[in-house]
Each structure stands twice: as C-alpha cells, then as structure tokens.
Design a protein around this ligand. Sequence first.
Ligand code: NAP
Length: 303
Amino acid sequence: MSEIYDLAIIGAGPAGMAAALYASRSGLKTCMIESGAPGGKLLKTYHIENYPGVKGVGGAELATNMLDQALEFGTEYIAGEVVKVDEDKTLHLADGSTIKAQCVLLATGTKERMLNIPGEKENVGKGVSFCAVCDGAFFRGKDIVVIGGGNSALEESVFLTQFARKIYIVIRRDEFRAEKKFQREVEENDKIEVIKESVPVEVLSDGKVTGIVIQNVKTQEKQTIECSGIFPYVGSDPISDCVKDLGVCNDHGYVKVDRNMETKIDGLFAAGDVVDKQLPQVVTAVGDGALVAQQAFKKVKEK
Ligand code: NAP
C-alpha cells in the first residue's frame, strides 16, 4: 500500500465518471476502479435523448466522452474488482491488493435481475440475453420475446424491431409500468405484439433457445411461443456486496445516503443507481457524482 488517494471511486458508470471529472479537476488525487468496461449501463443503451444539451447520442459515445474528460483532468483508472470496503476506507481488491483513500464513492450501479425459471441460466448467450444493444443483431429476421413492461423492456423492444421479424412483449399485469412515450412507440409498431397478464415459466432449447412457455396468471393456461431470442427486462438489483457488512444498505441492498450522498460512515459516499432513489437516470447519476466530488473536496481540505 504505497499511496493514499483523496477520493477512490468504485465503478466507472456516469456517476463515477462525473465524480472523477469534478474531483480531479478540483485537484483531488483521484482513482476510479472498474471491473468491466468503463461506461456502466451507458454501454447497454443504444440511444439517449433525455440528457440535457445533447439532442441524441449513442450510449457508448457518451461513455467514451465522459471517460476521456475524467482522465484528461488526471483521474487514475484502475482495472480491478473491489470485493470489500473497510470502515477506515481501505479497499480490498479481488487480486489481493489494497487501496487506501480518505474518501470513497460507491458508484457500482445495478445488475439485471434474472427470471429464475428453468432453462434460463444455461441458455444465457445461447438466445437468452440481457443486452439488446450488444446482441440484437444476432436475431436478424428472427422472433424475440421480451419480458417486462418497464421503460427498459419497451425501449429495447422498439430497438430490437430493426433486426427481428416479430417481437412479443410479455407483461404480468394488464398495464405497463413504462412511461406513456414508450407505450405509444410500442403501440405504433406493427412488429410488436403485447401479451398481457402472463408470466414466463420455462425457456425451451435444443442447445439454443427455441421458445418460451408462458402462463396466464388468471386462467393458468399455458402457451408456448416459438422464438430464437429472449430478453428479460424485469428490473435490476444493486451491486453493493462490498459494503454489505458496513450496515449502510436498506433491505433491498440499495445504499442509504443523506442529501450530500454520504452514508452514515464519514467519508463513504454512494451515487447513481446503487442509491435508494426515485429517478435512476444518467442525468441524476452525474448530479450525484458531482456533489460527492465537492463534498470530498471539502473533507480533504478540512483535514
Ligand atoms: P422496472 O421499471 O422496475 O420494470 C420492471 C418490469 O418488469 C415491470 O413491468 C415489472 O412488472 C416486470 N417484472 C418484474 N419482475 C418480473 C417477473 N418476475 N416476471 C415478469 N415480469 C416482471 O425496471 P426497468 O425497466 O429496468 O427500469 C429501471 C429504472 O430505470 C426505472 O426507474 C426506469 O424509469 C429507468 N429507465 C429509464 C429509461 C429512460 O428514461 N429512457 C430507460 C430505461 C430505464 P410490474 O410492472 O407488474 O411490477
């Protein structure tokens, strides 16, 4: 353990990258640790049209720009997985190394929830996918089933229509959770058929996905839909295992913070989708990140 960072950021999604930009620009010795590719959920988002000042931009392009900007101001990028955070702000990485910081930001986001039905796990990568942007092109001319009625399910279904022959959206209630704008886009698209009040029961496969069995929640009647692709978009869960022993999470694993994005532990912050919040979006994540950088700056200078 050779050096102590002013701010160590765990996760290089929009929240982490905004914090990195603000912190390094204000002169804090900042590092950002990421176990996957930098960008977080942005990498799985084809098109963003609700980020103020940017009329339309690809998620990957926005991620690249955010990262470049943060690195330009001196943030150190570290590829690695943080498995545990101690109360004294020591980070333990999967490779056995440690990083020490005065302030720590958890900006790890969320991971997609699985359906947990027979046939799903073993067919991930063989027709079951959680990323339309990454895998949509594999289903050119094929039939796809999307599970879920939230913004993600509807937005990605519309995206998938450029490849698929037909898309079935299966929702468990008789109404969507998604915003009206996405509902309208789905209604207006001839390639999309909505099946209501039904839940997935089993993924069928012969080595690759061949279909899905769904069940009507009222009549209990089962139906098989033949398809090559299944995209579950049934929400997500926070990635907060590395702080679970610190007592900073709620019952669902989201991190509890005050209005300055600080947990009950002095100098331990959280930002973005891993936080218990009303509006998990890019625009709120970057706001969180910027605020954390400012708070970290104050703490470091006070010390
Ligand atoms: P979500 O809003 O939680 O929607 C999850 C959907 O999956 C709901 O329709 C839910 O049904 C359904 N569902 C959950 N568990 C299920 C199960 N076991 N079987 C079948 N269906 C199940 O999740 P999300 O769409 O991933 O969105 C997450 C957050 O990101 C939201 O706040 C959303 O607004 C935001 N987001 C915003 C944008 C945008 O603004 N462009 C795009 C994507 C996401 P019920 O409705 O019956 O519970």
